[in-house]
Each structure stands twice: as structure tokens, then as C-alpha cells.
Design a protein. Structure first.
Lengths: 169, 103, 719
């Protein structure tokens, strides 16, 4: 057991436990906070995977913006809800079963693929992943088009959200 | 890196399933969105893991993940705006109570 | 213009007059009669021209005016129709043209042209008189104009067309066409006053009776066509064709084809010329106006029957040589002719209506002609045909004049119960109506056969001479007896009508008729006297040989072998002198004293009721026909059987429809299939709709379940 593996396992446990709490806890604020924990764990995973930019972006965007957004939304919609009563729907056992089946299926498929137990090759030294990422994002030979489309998507979403959520005075 | 790829993949599958469970079984609409976020994150883990283990020289994997970020963000924003709008009209955020499009 | 063209055009003017009157000038009386008389005059002119040219042709029997054209394509050949004027049709054309023109002119006066409209006159009934007021304010009745004036001229125009067509035809088909047109016009004209039930019945009787004859005639024509392939006279009368027909034996009573066809055609003559047994229609036909009686039933239509059979003489006599016994067809013809002559003469003795006497007289005289033809006296039959047409037309027109005069008297006295046609109401009219009297006398003497001076004598004498000369004693005796009776009843008629004193007030006030009526009488009487002199036999004592027997020489060559004149013998001459003069004398002797029917010894019920033939036919034919029509065909076949079938089919259809509706359509198709499917869909729908709960998580769970199941199944089964 190398140290990296141990870190990974700890991280995975954190992620999975927090995720379970996210989906089962009664209090929504707590759920959002548990989500923050999940996101954090995922960021650690990115770091282990040498995707340093991703890790930072995960923390900044996901935790810093999206999770906050969630908390805001929860707070805005709390008036009638008092976090009482069961938080799970009537058919939750079926959902659980399904989720289990999906997991089982996915895991089975994934594990039986050939070559899935490989270990990562080392990154060639001198490879500036970040620079390359930046170049790839804006280079015409690269992924500038999806990048721009995603920008527009964000713009649309922004406008749409504002429009939908604005209350008529 | 001594972690086999399969660990990442199983983890992402598990996270995905948990997120799925959350989507299918939570009452509160915002909680459903939380589940969706979990699923998206699982996808991202998958993507980045494949990038790292298959071909780290190509940036496609990371770019894909970044796009997913952007989409997730947009989706959360719009989703929450919708939920708030619905809350304002119907005074409820329980998904089961927003059932006008029924028989 | 060539003669053939004129011949083609002869029938057209009257036809044109008919159409113009019917379509355009019906309201204008003067214009209508001018059109009609003008048309008759045109045809008369054309006929005289043709006749004159025919006289000029040397050997006219062999050379004839003929013109044909191809009409119907019949397989490889054509059926040709055309016109033919040979000697027979030339003289027929002569008398037809004259009599038609005279009668047309006469009709103007007869229907009281120029007189005012009647008080109560209605179309369909005879005119009844108009009241006029003179300067002094006296009202008296005068004859009124016929309401259907123009229509009459239209009909007689059509009739004239039919007769001319018949005369100029060169084939049996167009002859038959003319025959039938005349039959139609006879029906229309007998029933001219259609408001009278007796007229309507008489018209139907005439048409049906002649139809019986026409059916057989048509069968004869069909047989002839199938045997020879042609209907043209000149084609049929070729020696080889006649020979073939005479030697072919038919399965009908062992007659030869020629004889059988001749017999069938003769039956047409029996109908059309009112011979026994189809004579019953002619006396009733007197219901029509007198010009109709004159034209149709004296001069032209009934003559057409005899003309046709004279025309077909070569066919009838095929295989017969003069001097040999008669072949069966000729015997039948001779018998029927002679019998009818005597039979009708006996009935005429007891008739009191002036026109009825003449009707029976016509039947009798036609019998003479038929009998003459039957014994083979071709020329004599043709001769009598022509002289009879003239003097019978004269007599009928004269009787019309008498009736008009009597009606004048009736209008004067106002007593409409007096029958102006009953001879016993007349008397002394010779003083009141002199022209009518003298012309009627001439006609009557011609009919009786008054010696030398009248045409009737010559023609009748020739028939008797032929009968005697060829040795047919029975025919001779019958015809001689009939001649006696003819003279007797004719003198009876003249005596009762004109001689003595007026027996009723109406007769006292009779008046002579206008010139439009008396002029034709005078002209016809000229012919009645003079026409006989063209046929004086050669060996006649004293006068014979002075004038050539032009008629015989002209008509003779119509046949392939010119017939010889009968050998002259004094006996028939004496006989005809005796019967004629004797009959006239006795008639005058007996009837100058008779003032009323009670004194008339000849008013025997058997004769008065015409030997009850009408009653017999009514019982044998008319009643069964009515029974078949009413009871059998109408009530039984039509209403019970056919309507029964229809009603049953209707009910069955209804029942089937109800069954299908109530037992198949409604329960099965409507309810089970139609509504059932709908209900099933509705129930399914209302059950299935519940899965649409509106809760997305439920949807997601459902879809995911299915995906998982499908994935598992796929993995297990396929992979």
C-alpha cells in the first residue's frame, strides 16, 4: 500500500460518506454543506491526478459559487418548509434498489474491461500541462469552438436565470 | 502512480449511483439538484481519470471536463432560478407537489 | 323538270301543308284552308302533268316512269325504295288527285267557313249554331264555324300525303307506310269530334279492326321479302320470281308460296276495304265529318286496299292461266268479294241514316271489285275502282250537302231532337236543294248502273260480262242479285230524301248549300257520267267500236301478258240492264208511298241490326279482350303476381335489413366492434392515464427501471 493509495482511499471514503449524507440528511443546509465536503474531496482527487488546474477550479467554482448558490436557494425557499417529516419520497426503496443495480452493473462492466487495472504512466518531464491546457482552450486547432459555445451557454443561462427568477413587482 | 484505474472508475460509479439515488428519492427539488451535482462530479472524476491514465499529452480530457464544469454551472443557475420561480407561484419546493401535468 | 322528279314531289305539298298548319297557322282559318287547298292543287297539277305525259308514252306498260335509290344496306345488297308510275298507278293517280282536290274544296263550305262562332261551341263537338240578330232585331240561328277548323285541314293534308305516297310507291314497304299513315289519319278523323263518345269508340273500332288485317299483311310482306329478297313490284313480278314462288309449296294448307303470300296480303285488303268479316268498322266510321267519309271511306283509303290487291294480281294469279279453274287464293278472294257484295247490299236495304246506306253501299261495291279480281278480271276491277271512287265521293259529298241543308232547317225550327241524317225526316228536298238533287241523282244512277249514260254501268257491266264469260255462274248470279238490290236501295234513298213532299218542318226549311260545296258535286258528276265512255267494250251493240276501249288498252299492258277482253255475250248485258232499271223502278214504286218507318216492310230486325255481327264480335272478341286486360292482366298478373313479387321482395328486403340491423349491425358491429373498441380504448386510456402522475421522479424511476431491465435482459440473452 503506497501512501498515494492510502490517501486515495481516505479521500474516497470521505467522498462517498459525504455523498450519502447529502442524499439522506433532513436539513437542506446540512445537505449543502455535505456537498461542499464532497466537492472538496473531489478536488483532492484531481490533485492526485495531476490535474492541478482542475482542482483549483473545482474549489473556486464549485464550492465557491455553486454550493453557495445552493445555500442561497435553500434560504430563499425556506418559508413554508421546516425540515420536518421524512425527506425521502414514498418510493425511495425502489430508487435505492435501482441505484444499487446501476452501480452493480456499471462496476461490473467497468471492471471486466481489459486493461482497466493499469497504472498511470508517468507524465513526461517538462510537460507543461497547464500551458497546454490554456493553449488547447483557445487555439483554433484546439477547442476554441466548444469553449466559445460554452461561454454562450453560460450567457444564456445567466440571462435565462435572471429572467425566470425576477419577480414582478 | 500506483492507483489502478479501476479504483477511480468504481469510485465514480458509486458516486454516480448515490447521486442517482438522491435524484430519485428526495422530496425537495433543491435536494434533487444536489443529487444532479453529485452525478456531474462523478462524471468529471471519470473524465479526468481517463485523461490521466490513457493519454495525458492530449488535452481533450481536461477540456471536456472543463466544459462539463461550465455546463453544470449553467444548469444549476437555471435550475435554481426555476425552483425559486416555482416557489414563488406555488409556495412549495416539493417536487411531488408540482404535478399539474398529470392525468 | 323530269317526270320522275315530279312524281317524287307529288306527296310533299300536303305534308308540308300539314306541318305548316300544325306549327304555325292553327289560329288562322283562312290561311290554313288556303295552305291545304293550295297543296292539294299543287299535287293535282303535278298528277295531271304526269298523267298527260304517261298518256303520251308509246307502250306505256313496258315503258314506265320509275326512279329508285338505295335506302337500307342489307348485308351485301341494298333495299331500294322509289317511285313508279305505270298504267295502273297513272289512272289511280288521276282519280286520287281529282277526288282529293274536290273534297278539300268541299270541306271549306262543309265546316261553315265565313260563319260566326257558335254560342256554345266547344272544340271536340260538332258546331251547334250561332245566334245572329239582323237589322230588325230578329234573332235566328245560323250554322256556326267548326271550332277545330284548321286541325281538320291539317289532318286531311296528312292523309293526302299518305295516299299519294301509297300510289306512287314502287315497293311494298313504302306502300305499307302510306297505308299506315292513312290508317292513323282515319283514326284521327273518325274521332275528329272527340267530345262524342260514339265518335271515340268508332275511331278505336276502325283502327283495331283494320289493324287485324294489317298484321296479316305485314306477315305477308315479311314472307315475301324472305322468299324473294326484294319488295319492289317490278322485281317481284319478274316471270322467274313468280314461277319460283308459284311452285314452292308452303306447309300452310298446301298453298304455294305465291298463293299464301297473296292470301296474307288479301287479308290486309279485307281489313282496309271493309270486306266481310272485317267490315264492321266502316258503318261506324260515319261518325266522322262527311268529307272524311267521302275521302277516306269512299274514294281513297278503302280504294287503297283494292288498289294494293290489284297491284299484287300477278302474285295472286301466279301459276293460273285464264280459262283454267281458279287457284285457291283466287277462289277465296272471289268468294269473299261476292259474298260481301250481297251481304252488305241486304243490310243497306234497312238503314235509315243517309250515310249508313252509303257506307254499306261502299262495302258492297268494294266487294264487286274484289270479286272481279278474284275471277281474274283485272281490267274490270281497275275500271270499277275508278268509276266507283268518282260516284261514291259524289254521293257522300251530296249526302253531306243534304245534311247541311237539313241542319239549316233544324237551326231554323230550333228542335234539336230531330236527326238531320234520318231519311225519314227528309223529303221533297229536290225543290229546296236542286243542285244537290241533280248531282245526287247522277251519282245514284251511276251506282245503280243506269245504262249507257253513267260510268257505273260500263264498269259494272264489264264485271258481270267477265264473270259470265269465264263461266263463274255463282259469282255472276250473286253479283247480279246484288246489283238489283243496289239499284233498289239507291232509289229508296233518293225517293225518301228528295222526292215527294217534306215530311218534317225541318225539311221544309232546308236550304241549298254554298258554292264551295256544290261546285265539287258538279265536277264529280261530270266524271261520274263521262268516265265510263273510255271503257266501252268493242263488241257492244250499236256504240261499241265507235270509241276505242282506251281503258283496256291502257291498263292491260300493266301486266306482263295483256289480258284479253271477255268474249262478248248478250246475256250479261241484258241481265245488267234488267237489274239496274228494274231495281230503280221498283225502288221508286215502293217508296214513293212510304212516309214513315212503320210503313217500310224492309225494317226487319235482322237487317237493321246488321245480322248482329257487332254483337257477335263483341261477345267473341271484345269482351274476352276486356276480361284479359282487366281481370287477367291487370288484377291477376299485374297486381297479384308481379306486384306480389315486388311486395314480397320488398318485405323480404325489409326483413333482411331489419335482421341485419338489429342482430348484426347494432349488437355486433356497433356495440361489440365499434363501441366495444371504443370502450376498450377508453378503459385502457383511463387506466393507463394514471401513470401520468405529473411527478418527474416517478417518471425517472419508471424509465430507469425499464432501462435496467432491458440492459439486464440484453446482457443475459444476447451477450
Amino acid at each position: 500500500m503506497t501512501p498515494v493509495q492510502i490517501i486515495f482511499l481516505l479521500c474516497a471514503a470521505l467522498i462517498l460518506a459525504s455523498a450519502l449524507m447529502v442524499v439522506t440528511t433532513r436539513n437542506l443546509i446540512h445537505a449543502a454543506l455535505w456537498l461542499v465536503a464532497v466537492l472538496f474531496g473531489v478536488a483532492v482527487l484531481y490533485a492526485i491526478l495531476d490535474a492541478s488546474f482542475m482542482a483549483v477550479v473545482q474549489v473556486v467554482i464549485y464550492i465557491g459559487a455553486i454550493a453557495i448558490l445552493f445555500i442561497f436557494a435553500v434560504m430563499l425557499t425556506r418559508r413554508e418548509m421546516r425540515d420536518r417529516g421524512p425527506q425521502l419520497r414514498k418510493g425511495w426503496w425502489l430508487a435505492a434498489l435501482l441505484a444499487l443495480l446501476v452501480f452493480a452493473g456499471l462496476a461490473f462492466l467497468l471492471v471486466t474491461q481489459p486493461g482497466v487495472n493499469r497504472t498511470a504512466a508517468a507524465i513526461p518531464p517538462g510537460l507543461d500541462t497547464l500551458g497546454k491546457l490554456g493553449t488547447a482552450l483557445v487555439s483554433p486547432n484546439g477547442y476554441v469552438l466548444p469553449f466559445e459555445v460554452a461561454s454562450i451557454l453560460l450567457l444564456a443561462a445567466l440571462i435565462g436565470a435572471v429572467y425566470v427568477a425576477v419577480s414582478k413587482k | 502512480m500506483s492507483i489502478p484505474l479501476s479504483w477511480y472508475l468504481v469510485l465514480s460509479a458509486a458516486l454516480f449511483s448515490i447521486g442517482l439515488f438522491g435524484v430519485l428519492s428526495r422530496k425537495n427539488a433543491i435536494a434533487i439538484l444536489l443529487g444532479v451535482e453529485l452525478m456531474l462530479n462523478a462524471v468529471n472524476i471519470n473524465l479526468v481519470a481517463f485523461w490521466r491514465y490513457l493519454d495525458p499529452v492530449q488535452m481533450a480530457g481536461q477540456v471536456f471536463a472543463i466544459i462539463v464544469f461550465a455546463v453544470a454551472a449553467a444548469e444549476v443557475a437555471v435550475g435554481l432560478a426555476l425552483i425559486i420561480s416555482v416557489y414563488r407561484r406555488r409556495k412549495t419546493v416539493i417536487a411531488d407537489e408540482v404535478d399539474l401535468m398529470k392525468w | 323538270m323530269t317526270t320522275e322528279t315530279i312524281i317524287w314531289l307529288l306527296p310533299l305539298p300536303p305534308l308540308l301543308a300539314f306541318f305548316l298548319i300544325v306549327l304555325f297557322t292553327n289560329k288562322h282559318k283562312a290561311l290554313s284552308h288556303s295552305l291545304a287547298v293550295g297543296a292539294a292543287g299543287l299535287s293535282w297539277l303535278g298528277s295531271m302533268l304526269v298523267f298527260a305525259r304517261a298518256l303520251g308514252v308509246h307502250e306505256f306498260g313496258k315503258e314506265v316512269f320509275e326512279s329508285t335509290f338505295n335506302w337500307l344496306p342489307t348485308g351485301g345488297t341494298w333495299l331500294k325504295i322509289g317511285v313508279l308510275i305505270d298504267p295502273l298507278s297513272a289512272v289511280t293517280l288521276f282519280f286520287v288527285a281529282w277526288t282529293v282536290l274536290m273534297i278539300f274544296i268541299y270541306s271549306i263550305g262543309y265546316h261553315n267557313f265565313g260563319q260566326p262562332k257558335g254560342d256554345h261551341d266547344r272544340a271536340g263537338l260538332p258546331p251547334h249554331g250561332a245566334t245572329v240578330t239582323d237589322e230588325k232585331g230578329h234573332k235566328h240561328s245560323v250554322p256556326s264555324i267548326e271550332p277545330m277548323y284548321s286541325r281538320f285541314f291539317a289532318f286531311i293534308g296528312l292523309f293526302a300525303f299518305g295516299m299519294y305516297t301509297l300510289v306512287v310507291s314502287n315497293n311494298l314497304l313504302t306502300l305499307f307506310v302510306g297505308w299506315e299513315i292513312m290508317g292513323l289519319c282515319s283514326y284521327l278523323l273518325i274521332g275528329f269530334w272527340y267530345g262524342k263518345e260514339s265518335a271515340r269508340n268508332a275511331a278505336i273500332k276502325a283502327f283495331i279492326t283494320t289493324r287485324v288485317g294489317d298484321v296479316f299483311m305485314l306477315l305477308g310482306i315479311a314472307f315475301l321479302y324472305s322468299a324473294t329478297g326484294t319488295l319492289s313490284f317490278r322485281e317481284i313480278f319478274r316471270p322467274e320470281v313468280l314461277q319460283a314462288l308459284a311452285t314452292t309449296v308452303t306447309p300452310f294448307f298446301g298453298l304455294s308460296a305465291a298463293g299464301f303470300i297473296g292470301l296474307l296480303l288479301f287479308i290486309g285488303t279485307i281489313g282496309k276495304s271493309a270486306q266481310w268479316p272485317l267490315h264492321v268498322w266502316l258503318p261506324d266510321a260515319m261518325e266522322g265529318p262527311t268529307p272524311v267519309s267521302a275521302m277516306i271511306h269512299a274514294a281513297t283509303m278503302v280504294s287503297a286496299g283494292v288498289y294494293m290487291i290489284i297491284r299484287m294480281f300477278p302474285l295472286i294469279s301466279a301459276g293460273w292461266e285464264p280459262g283454267t279453274p281458279l287457284n285457291p287464293t283466287m277462289s277465296i278472294i272471289a268468294f269473299i268479294g261476292a259474298f260481301t257484295a250481297l251481304f252488305a247490299a241486304t243490310i243497306a236495304l234497312a238503314q235509315n241514316d243517309i250515310k249508313r246506306v252509303l257506307a254499306y253501299s261502299t262495302i258492297s261495291q268494294l266487294g264487286y271489285m274484289v270479286a272481279a279480281l278474284g275471277i281474274g278480271a283485272y281490267v274490270a276491277a281497275a275500271f270499277h275502282l275508278i268509276t266507283h271512287a268518282f260516284f261514291k265521293a259524289l254521293l257522300f259529298l251530296g249526302s253531306g250537302s243534304v245534311i247541311h241543308g237539313m241542319e239549316h232547317g233544324v237551326l231554323h225550327t230550333g228542335d234539336h231532337s230531330v236527326d238531320p241524317q234520318n231519311m225519314f225526316n227528309m223529303g221533297g228536298l229536290r225543290k229546296k236543294m236542286p243542285i244537290t238533287f241533280w248531282t245526287f241523282l247522277i251519282g245514284g244512277f251511276a251506282l245503280s248502273g243506269f245504262p249507257v249514260l253513267t260510268a257505273g254501268f260500263w264498269s259494272k257491266d264489264e264485271i258481270l260480262a267477265d264473270a259470265f264469260g269465264r263461266g263463274h255462274w255463282a259469282v255472276f248470279a250473286t253479283l247480279a242479285l246484288a246489283a238489283f238490290l243496289t239499284a233498289f236501295y239507291t232509289m229508296r234513298q233518293i225517293t225518301l230524301t228528295f222526292l215527294g213532299g217534306p215530311r218534317t218542318k225541318e225539311a221544309e226549311h232546308a236550304k241549298e248549300t254554298p258554292w264551295t260545296m256544290t261546285l265539287p258535286l258538279v265536277i264529280l258528276s261530270v266524271f261520274a257520267v263521262g268516265f265510263g265512255w273510255v271503257g266501252i267494250p268493242e263488241h257492244f251493240p250499236l256504240i261499241g267500236g265507235l270509241l276505242p276501249n282506251w281503258f283496256h288498252e291502257f291498263i292491260g299492258p300493266t301486266l306482263a301478258e295483256v289480258p284479253e277482253a271477255a268474249p262478248f255475250s248478250l246475256w250479261p248485258l241484258l241481265t245488267s240492264l234488267c237489274v239496274a232499271v228494274g231495281g230503280l223502278f221498283f225502288g221508286w214504286l215502293v217508296y214513293r208511298k212510304v212516309k214513315s218507318p212503320k210503313q217500310d216492310f224492309l225494317q226487319i230486325p235482322l237487317l237493321k241490326n246488321k245480322y248482329y255481327f257487332d254483337e257477335a264480335y263483341d261477345f267473341l272478341f271484345v269482351r274476352p279482350a276486356y276480361w284479359i286486360a282487366e281481370t287477367f292482366t291487370y288484377l291477376f298478373m299485374d297486381r297479384a303476381v308481379i306486384d306480389g313479387i315486388l311486395h314480397t321482395v320488398g318485405r323480404a328486403a325489409l326483413g333482411l335489413g331489419s335482421f341485419l340491423r338489429n342482430y348484426i349491425d347494432k349488437p355486433v358491429i356497433n356495440e361489440f366492434i365499434g363501441d366495444g373498441t371504443g370502450n376498450v380504448v377508453k378503459k385502457a386510456g383511463s387506466s393507463l392515464r394514471r401513470i401520468q402522475v405529473g411527478r418527474i421522479q416517478a417518471y425517472m424511476i419508471a424509465s430507469l427501471t425499464v432501462i435496467v431491465i432491458v440492459a439486464v435482459a440484453y446482457y443475459l440473452l444476447v451477450v
